[in-house]
Design a protein around this ligand. Sequence first.
Ligand code: MLT
Length: 409
Amino acid sequence: MATINDNYLKLKAGYLFPEIARRVNEFAKTHPDAPMIRLGIGDVTEPLPEACRTAMIRAVEDMGDRSKFKGYGPEQGYEWLREAIARHDFQARGCNIDASEIFVSDGSKCDCGNILDIFGDNNTIAVTDPVYPVYVDTNVMAGHTGEANDKGEYEGLVYLPITAANDFTAQIPTQKVDLVYLCFPNNPTGAVATKEHLTAWVDYAKAHGSIIFFDAAYEAYITDPTLPHSIYEIEGARDCAIEFRSFSKNAGFTGTRCALTVVPKTLTAKAADGSDVELWKLWNRRQSTKFNGVSYIVQRGAEAVYSSEGQAQIEALIGFYLENAKIIREQLTAAGLKVYGGVNAPYVWVQTPNGLSSWDFFDKLLHNCNVVGTPGSGFGAAGEGYFRISAFNSRANVEEAMKRITETF
Ligand code: MLT
């Protein structure tokens, strides 16, 4: 008889966003005419930049031309895209990252989970609380945790609260952890990490032989010039950090799929026999075996992000969503709600009014305002009493949603 991976049975109800969709669909069944506005999942709404579309159309034509046709591409991504990424995203910011250390992929979510393939099962793992649920759930699936308690905290994980009480900074743990997930600008709180804060993390990681998984999916939303966009802006990070980036939130590629992971060649971890092994080699081996690369057409679209037209167009796109975030922040604040984030990030983190629980506030917004957000408790125990509102939507929808919410609360 075939058996299953029993670790899946430890997972809480459902992945957060499908669970929200389930509740919304249930409501929609009995209220088919409700004018729903979705500010829940951080999915973009605005069209792809013209520079990307033009490049992709040209790439489609290449595929119809025998002399330019492409079959399997390099599993790591085409050299021209990796070079553009290395130059613009890293070297231009003073980060010593080479194109060969960049692995192009079809999503940061996949990479954040897949990276566990190259690590052992006995690492102590730390996550912030609240946290992007993928970091936790992929560790549960891999058997790196025990069961969850009533608050949804898994036995075996080290939770680092990021709350108003500590000004939304991920506190350096007092104990030794081997792997730690950091996401800045933060999903879900919209908090940011300063250079000093990340320096403290890099120092900690180097002192303990830990690896930082740095999720920089929202770096394009940083408006404060003093804030680091990459962990590699911090001295020593090449020896202790893997960085995840995405074209989803800067260029609207959520449906197109393109991302990247940086694994510096100087990064090592221990084998069972105590020897140091280069993680780059393992990730390269993993990708070459389990992945066949992102389509040529999509990679050409991603490359166009770095053209001068592309840069101007993504700047406008990011500016548009940041203006949405400003509207959300200002209107909710004016209505007397306590809000955080939304300045260098597309997420606004709202304290629920009148002591409502996160899910009660979710239900109230759904039923009374027909607005969908994300309950903070879905991101972890420390998210209870908070609610995430995403700035990814049309201006008209954001304004209408704010009108409904501020009239209700
Ligand atoms: C979110 O809403 O947190 C994001 O859509 C997650 C993601 O990018 O996968």
